[in-house]
Ligand binder design. Structure first.
Ligand code: PEP
Ligand code: MN
Length: 277
């Protein structure tokens, strides 16, 4: 990425990683925090979100993720509960004091998402949507921008620049796997790319092992590798009954697997002087 392509996101523009805060969460800056953002792929029911919220609060995790508007690969599958899902998330937010990370699928729901979300997630398939990027530049809410699966690091950072140059300082970059020749795993988690982003950009970096792997069996090991990289956050899918999940069933951890994973992440964080929040 040449200097002209990367401006506000570059270390030349700002040497220290940006501090991004929402609710009780602060990452970047001099914090050394690694935030865990976890929850089901989709908001499916009030009961499911309640179970998720209990798991997370029991483990001291402050951020729940769940999509209400799902950007599915097929139009014939579950597309999300829409506004009803956002309202369910607002309820667990209020009841459990969790902050909510939820995704925008297209610009038509953006005003609702901005109203309900603490962190606006832009999915891999929407990463190039300039309507979304420009509107997200006009809010101050943090934006978690996922890398498209066929996107170079340069294109990824350029999309972040659309948000930053619109005036929103709070952008998080999320690597979630790119498409390679390999088909045995869903995508290939680009940890080299994450190292590049850490070195050359001033934006907090979040890793999503769940969507990269596509299968729950690999997610704990990958999560530990991600933690060992010293990144600003991990995004992990966990569901009360993964086999019954309405989207991304194969990759979601169950509650026991997630609890065990969290225990194993703590010594890794300690070894590299990071604090899990
Ligand atoms: C998700 O986070 O559930 C999701 C749809 O992710 P991605 O945009 O990375 O495919
Ligand atoms: Mn998902």
């Amino acid at each position: 990425v040449s200097d002209s392509d990367m401006q506000l996101a570059s270390r030349q523009y700002r040497n220290e990683t940006r501090t991004v805060s929402w609710g009780k969460t602060t990452i970047g800056g001099s914090s050394n925090n690694t935030v865990i953002i976890a929850g089901p792929c989709s908001a499916e029911s009030a009961e499911q979100l309640d179970q998720s919220a209990q798991l997370l609060t029991g483990l001291g995790i402050r951020n729940i993720r769940a999509g209400a508007f799902k950007p599915r690969t097929s139009p014939y599958t579950f597309q999300g509960l829409g506004l009803e899902g956002l309202k369910m998330l607002a309820k667990v937010r209020e009841q459990y004091g969790l902050t909510v990370v939820t995704e925008v699928r297209d610009a038509t729901q953006l005003e609702e998402i901005i109203e309900y979300a603490d962190v606006i997630q832009i999915g891999a398939k929407s990463m190039y949507d300039h309507g979304i990027l420009r509107r997200c530049g006009k809010t101050n809410k943090p934006v978690l921008l996922k890398r498209g699966f066929g996107t170079t690091l340069q294109e990824f950072v350029q999309c972040a620049e659309f948000i930053l140059s619109g005036g929103n300082e709070n952008v998080l970059l999320c690597e979630r796997g790119i498409r390679t020749f390999e088909t045995k795993t869903r995508f290939t988690l680009d940890l080299c790319g994450a190292a590049y982003l850490k070195q050359h950009t001033n934006l907090p970096v979040i890793l999503d092992p769940s969507h990269a792997m596509g299968y729950a069996y690999g997610v704990p090991d990958l999560s530990r590798a991600c933690m060992a990289m010293g990144v600003d956050g991990l995004l992990i899918e966990v569901h009360p009954t993964p086999q019954k999940a309405l989207s991304d069933a194969s990759q979601q951890l169950d509650h026991a697997q997630f609890t065990e994973l969290m225990a194993s992440l703590r010594p890794i964080a300690a070894a590299i002087n990071r604090t899990i929040i």
